[in-house]
Ligand binder design. Sequence first.
Ligand SMILES: NC(=O)c1ccc[n+]([C@@H]2O[C@H](COP(=O)([O-])OP(=O)(O)OC[C@H]3O[C@@H](n4cnc5c(N)ncnc54)[C@H](OP(=O)(O)O)[C@@H]3O)[C@@H](O)[C@H]2O)c1
Length: 282
Amino acid sequence: MDVQQVLEGLEAWRLSVLTSLFVMATLILMAVEHSLKDRTILVTGGAVRIGRSIVLALANAGADIVVHARRSRAEADALVALLRQQNRRAWRVTGDLAAPAGPADVFSAAIHAAGRLDGLVNNASIFARKPLAQCTQADFDAAWQINALAPMLLTRLLAEHVAQRSGKSSVPVAGVVNLLDQRIAHASVGCMPYLVSKQALAAFTQSAAAELAPGLTVNAVAPGAVLLPVGSEGREPAGVAPLGRHATPEQVAAAVVFLLANPAITGQILYVDGGQHLGGAQ
Ligand SMILES: NC(=O)c1ccc[n+]([C@@H]2O[C@H](COP(=O)([O-])OP(=O)(O)OC[C@H]3O[C@@H](n4cnc5c(N)ncnc54)[C@H](OP(=O)(O)O)[C@@H]3O)[C@@H](O)[C@H]2O)c1
């Protein structure tokens, strides 16, 4: 074998390795992009801010989306139009989750629009910074209804929907992700109604995961300071992140996709907070 033949052999080998790597990379990319293919997911408060990032990430992973909005209807419509341009099926539903029949109405509207649901992201929330001494019963009621009760009722409705659809199944056929807050991990001052409502939802996440298996996975994502509350723009995000950076909306959204795409994970609370929950930050 002369030098020329050796070089040609090496070139052929190099090309076949590169081709294999390219095929593998494409397959991995397709698996990530389509990890939620054929799943229809309701995202509450999905029109703006972190909810919008979650909607876009779920759609990018192949899901069809029901975008719930209360006031941000124009933003929801624009988002639905964007998803449809990307060849996803998408719908907008509206409703006040604090109203007594709010969660049931939103759920029915989503089923009416999409025909079925395979996932739920309980993202809608209210937050108020107020010392405990100034908190009223109305503050506690509102936080409880929107941040805790509505996610619980929507989860129960999804469990019923899935049970009717599929009977008993040994494989989770639908998933729920609740948006919590890293504050649940330690003492936190100045937002008691919000804090205890999210702590209730954390407790619900773990017990509902046990009670609703095997039909449903129930998990949570607990962000740190990601976006300042509406109206307080210009301030610094609260708290210190040991990693030296706060999470972005896209990083929170990636965690939601991860949890919904993995049928072996349930009852988990995933902190996406730059390590903020470790340091006792407010
Ligand atoms: N922002 C952060 O840095 C941060 C930090 C930790 C945890 N989180 C959690 O991550 C999630 C998203 O955060 P975010 O800051 O993007 O949320 P947000 O802006 O405070 O609220 C999200 C949406 O909730 C909807 N909503 C509020 N009250 C409602 C009601 N009565 N009925 C129906 N919908 C209602 C609103 O929808 P409309 O606009 O359509 O009215 C609002 O846009 C929340 O669960 C939050 O607790 C956020």
